[in-house]
Design a protein around this ligand. Structure first.
Ligand code: SF4
Length: 229
Protein backbone atom coordinates (compact mmCIF):
# COMPACT_ATOMS: atom_id res chain seq x y z
CA UNK A 1 0.00 0.00 0.00
CA UNK A 2 1.57 3.29 -1.12
CA UNK A 3 0.85 6.01 1.43
CA UNK A 4 3.00 8.91 0.24
CA UNK A 5 3.17 10.51 -3.18
CA UNK A 6 3.73 13.75 -5.04
CA UNK A 7 1.12 15.14 -7.43
CA UNK A 8 3.09 16.95 -10.08
CA UNK A 9 0.76 17.66 -12.98
CA UNK A 10 -1.99 19.95 -11.65
CA UNK A 11 -2.10 21.72 -8.28
CA UNK A 12 1.32 20.43 -7.27
CA UNK A 13 1.30 18.97 -3.80
CA UNK A 14 2.44 16.16 -1.57
CA UNK A 15 -0.23 13.66 -0.57
CA UNK A 16 -0.42 11.16 2.26
CA UNK A 17 -2.95 8.39 2.71
CA UNK A 18 -3.21 7.93 6.47
CA UNK A 19 -4.82 5.27 8.60
CA UNK A 20 -7.73 6.25 10.80
CA UNK A 21 -10.48 5.04 13.09
CA UNK A 22 -13.54 3.53 11.32
CA UNK A 23 -15.50 5.82 9.01
CA UNK A 24 -18.42 7.21 11.01
CA UNK A 25 -20.88 6.35 8.23
CA UNK A 26 -19.22 3.31 6.68
CA UNK A 27 -22.22 2.27 4.59
CA UNK A 28 -21.72 3.69 1.10
CA UNK A 29 -22.65 0.89 -1.28
CA UNK A 30 -19.56 1.34 -3.50
CA UNK A 31 -16.95 1.58 -0.76
CA UNK A 32 -14.47 -1.04 0.30
CA UNK A 33 -11.62 1.20 1.35
CA UNK A 34 -12.93 1.30 4.91
CA UNK A 35 -11.10 -2.03 5.20
CA UNK A 36 -8.06 0.16 5.87
CA UNK A 37 -9.70 1.54 9.04
CA UNK A 38 -8.48 0.34 12.43
CA UNK A 39 -9.54 0.51 16.07
CA UNK A 40 -6.02 0.45 17.38
CA UNK A 41 -4.91 4.01 18.05
CA UNK A 42 -1.38 2.82 18.64
CA UNK A 43 -1.18 1.00 15.30
CA UNK A 44 -2.73 3.95 13.46
CA UNK A 45 -0.32 6.48 14.90
CA UNK A 46 2.69 4.24 14.34
CA UNK A 47 1.96 3.83 10.64
CA UNK A 48 0.97 7.47 10.20
CA UNK A 49 4.11 8.81 11.86
CA UNK A 50 6.24 6.74 9.47
CA UNK A 51 4.29 8.02 6.46
CA UNK A 52 4.46 11.63 7.62
CA UNK A 53 8.25 11.46 7.76
CA UNK A 54 8.27 11.57 3.95
CA UNK A 55 6.87 15.09 3.79
CA UNK A 56 9.40 17.65 2.60
CA UNK A 57 7.16 20.69 2.11
CA UNK A 58 8.64 21.18 -1.38
CA UNK A 59 5.36 22.44 -2.86
CA UNK A 60 4.13 24.22 0.29
CA UNK A 61 0.89 22.29 -0.23
CA UNK A 62 -0.12 19.04 1.45
CA UNK A 63 -3.13 16.78 0.99
CA UNK A 64 -4.10 14.43 3.78
CA UNK A 65 -6.58 11.68 3.02
CA UNK A 66 -7.75 8.69 4.98
CA UNK A 67 -10.40 6.07 4.31
CA UNK A 68 -13.06 8.21 5.94
CA UNK A 69 -13.09 11.79 7.20
CA UNK A 70 -10.24 13.81 8.70
CA UNK A 71 -12.23 13.85 11.97
CA UNK A 72 -11.50 10.13 12.30
CA UNK A 73 -7.73 10.69 12.38
CA UNK A 74 -6.38 10.38 15.95
CA UNK A 75 -5.36 13.59 17.69
CA UNK A 76 -1.71 12.54 18.02
CA UNK A 77 -1.48 12.19 14.25
CA UNK A 78 -3.21 15.55 13.76
CA UNK A 79 -0.74 17.19 16.13
CA UNK A 80 2.15 15.63 14.21
CA UNK A 81 0.74 16.98 10.93
CA UNK A 82 0.49 20.43 12.50
CA UNK A 83 4.09 20.23 13.69
CA UNK A 84 5.25 19.30 10.17
CA UNK A 85 3.17 22.09 8.62
CA UNK A 86 4.92 24.62 10.85
CA UNK A 87 8.35 23.07 10.41
CA UNK A 88 8.13 22.77 6.61
CA UNK A 89 6.29 26.05 6.16
CA UNK A 90 3.34 24.45 4.40
CA UNK A 91 0.77 27.06 3.42
CA UNK A 92 -2.18 25.09 2.15
CA UNK A 93 -3.82 21.85 3.25
CA UNK A 94 -6.34 19.68 1.44
CA UNK A 95 -8.54 17.65 3.79
CA UNK A 96 -11.52 15.40 3.19
CA UNK A 97 -14.71 14.99 5.15
CA UNK A 98 -18.14 13.42 4.88
CA UNK A 99 -21.18 15.73 4.85
CA UNK A 100 -22.01 14.51 8.39
CA UNK A 101 -19.23 16.71 9.79
CA UNK A 102 -20.24 19.82 7.87
CA UNK A 103 -20.74 21.84 11.04
CA UNK A 104 -17.31 20.97 12.40
CA UNK A 105 -15.08 22.05 9.54
CA UNK A 106 -14.02 25.25 11.30
CA UNK A 107 -12.52 23.15 14.10
CA UNK A 108 -9.91 21.93 11.62
CA UNK A 109 -9.42 25.42 10.17
CA UNK A 110 -8.73 26.78 13.66
CA UNK A 111 -6.54 23.85 14.66
CA UNK A 112 -4.20 24.08 11.65
CA UNK A 113 -4.35 27.85 11.19
CA UNK A 114 -3.61 27.72 7.45
CA UNK A 115 -5.79 27.71 4.35
CA UNK A 116 -7.75 24.46 4.08
CA UNK A 117 -9.44 23.20 0.94
CA UNK A 118 -12.19 20.92 2.15
CA UNK A 119 -13.03 18.09 -0.23
CA UNK A 120 -16.06 15.88 0.15
CA UNK A 121 -17.40 12.85 -1.69
CA UNK A 122 -20.51 14.07 -3.47
CA UNK A 123 -20.32 11.26 -6.05
CA UNK A 124 -23.20 12.90 -7.95
CA UNK A 125 -25.45 15.90 -7.50
CA UNK A 126 -28.38 13.65 -8.46
CA UNK A 127 -29.88 13.33 -4.98
CA UNK A 128 -31.67 10.02 -5.58
CA UNK A 129 -28.70 8.28 -7.11
CA UNK A 130 -26.38 9.61 -4.42
CA UNK A 131 -28.49 8.76 -1.41
CA UNK A 132 -30.67 5.84 -2.51
CA UNK A 133 -28.40 3.91 -4.86
CA UNK A 134 -24.99 4.83 -3.51
CA UNK A 135 -26.30 5.13 0.06
CA UNK A 136 -24.11 8.15 0.67
CA UNK A 137 -26.17 9.74 3.43
CA UNK A 138 -25.21 13.21 2.24
CA UNK A 139 -28.52 15.01 2.28
CA UNK A 140 -27.98 18.41 0.72
CA UNK A 141 -30.51 19.86 -1.68
CA UNK A 142 -28.21 21.14 -4.39
CA UNK A 143 -24.65 22.27 -5.12
CA UNK A 144 -25.32 25.64 -3.52
CA UNK A 145 -26.08 24.07 -0.16
CA UNK A 146 -22.99 21.86 -0.48
CA UNK A 147 -20.87 24.89 -1.34
CA UNK A 148 -21.93 26.66 1.84
CA UNK A 149 -19.63 24.22 3.65
CA UNK A 150 -17.19 22.54 1.26
CA UNK A 151 -14.73 23.84 -1.34
CA UNK A 152 -14.18 20.87 -3.56
CA UNK A 153 -16.62 18.10 -4.57
CA UNK A 154 -15.44 14.62 -5.56
CA UNK A 155 -17.58 13.15 -8.31
CA UNK A 156 -17.76 9.53 -9.40
CA UNK A 157 -18.48 8.47 -12.98
CA UNK A 158 -18.97 5.17 -14.79
CA UNK A 159 -21.24 3.28 -12.44
CA UNK A 160 -23.87 0.86 -13.79
CA UNK A 161 -27.22 2.60 -13.32
CA UNK A 162 -25.77 6.09 -13.76
CA UNK A 163 -26.88 7.98 -16.88
CA UNK A 164 -25.07 10.26 -19.32
CA UNK A 165 -27.43 13.08 -18.30
CA UNK A 166 -26.40 12.74 -14.65
CA UNK A 167 -22.73 12.91 -15.61
CA UNK A 168 -23.26 15.87 -17.97
CA UNK A 169 -25.05 17.72 -15.19
CA UNK A 170 -22.35 16.92 -12.61
CA UNK A 171 -19.52 18.02 -14.88
CA UNK A 172 -21.37 21.20 -15.77
CA UNK A 173 -21.76 21.99 -12.05
CA UNK A 174 -18.14 21.38 -11.11
CA UNK A 175 -16.79 23.22 -14.16
CA UNK A 176 -18.81 26.33 -13.56
CA UNK A 177 -19.28 26.60 -9.82
CA UNK A 178 -16.21 25.35 -8.01
CA UNK A 179 -12.57 26.39 -7.89
CA UNK A 180 -11.49 22.79 -7.43
CA UNK A 181 -13.04 19.36 -8.02
CA UNK A 182 -12.04 15.75 -8.52
CA UNK A 183 -13.62 13.21 -10.86
CA UNK A 184 -13.09 9.57 -9.97
CA UNK A 185 -13.72 7.06 -12.74
CA UNK A 186 -15.20 4.08 -10.93
CA UNK A 187 -13.04 0.96 -10.83
CA UNK A 188 -14.59 -2.34 -9.77
CA UNK A 189 -13.77 -3.33 -6.21
CA UNK A 190 -15.11 -5.86 -3.73
CA UNK A 191 -18.46 -4.01 -3.34
CA UNK A 192 -21.66 -4.94 -5.17
CA UNK A 193 -21.53 -1.83 -7.34
CA UNK A 194 -20.32 -2.42 -10.88
CA UNK A 195 -18.50 -0.34 -13.46
CA UNK A 196 -20.23 0.45 -16.76
CA UNK A 197 -17.43 0.23 -19.32
CA UNK A 198 -19.52 1.70 -22.12
CA UNK A 199 -20.32 4.73 -19.99
CA UNK A 200 -16.65 5.09 -19.04
CA UNK A 201 -15.60 5.05 -22.74
CA UNK A 202 -18.22 7.67 -23.53
CA UNK A 203 -17.01 9.83 -20.62
CA UNK A 204 -13.32 9.52 -21.50
CA UNK A 205 -14.02 10.52 -25.10
CA UNK A 206 -16.43 13.36 -24.40
CA UNK A 207 -14.57 14.84 -21.47
CA UNK A 208 -10.91 14.40 -22.41
CA UNK A 209 -10.65 18.21 -22.46
CA UNK A 210 -10.87 18.09 -18.65
CA UNK A 211 -7.26 16.93 -18.65
CA UNK A 212 -6.34 20.47 -19.70
CA UNK A 213 -8.47 22.23 -17.13
CA UNK A 214 -6.43 23.17 -14.11
CA UNK A 215 -9.12 23.11 -11.45
CA UNK A 216 -10.51 19.66 -12.37
CA UNK A 217 -8.50 16.55 -11.56
CA UNK A 218 -9.63 13.31 -13.21
CA UNK A 219 -8.53 10.02 -11.67
CA UNK A 220 -8.88 7.29 -14.29
CA UNK A 221 -7.59 4.80 -11.74
CA UNK A 222 -8.01 5.16 -8.01
CA UNK A 223 -4.23 5.07 -7.63
CA UNK A 224 -3.65 8.02 -9.99
CA UNK A 225 -2.64 10.26 -7.10
CA UNK A 226 0.10 7.71 -6.40
CA UNK A 227 -1.38 6.42 -3.14
CA UNK A 228 -3.52 3.39 -2.37
CA UNK A 229 -3.31 -0.09 -3.86
S1 SF4 B 1 -18.04 8.03 3.73
FE1 SF4 B 1 -16.25 7.51 2.46
S2 SF4 B 1 -15.06 6.03 3.65
FE2 SF4 B 1 -17.10 6.18 4.60
S3 SF4 B 1 -18.27 4.48 3.66
FE3 SF4 B 1 -18.66 6.32 2.43
S4 SF4 B 1 -17.12 6.31 0.78
FE4 SF4 B 1 -16.46 4.84 2.37
Amino acid sequence: MERYSEITNKNKREIVLLKSFPCKWGKCSFCDYILDNSNSEEEINKINFEVLENITGKFKVLEVINSGSCFEIPIKTLEKIKEIINEKKIEKLFLESHWAYKNRLDEMREFFGIEIIFKSGVETFDNDFRNKFLNKNANFKDYKEFKNYFDSPCIMVGIKGQTKEMIDNDIDIILNNFNHATVNVFVNNSSEIKRDNELVSWFVEKYKFLDNIDHIEVLYNNTDFGVGD
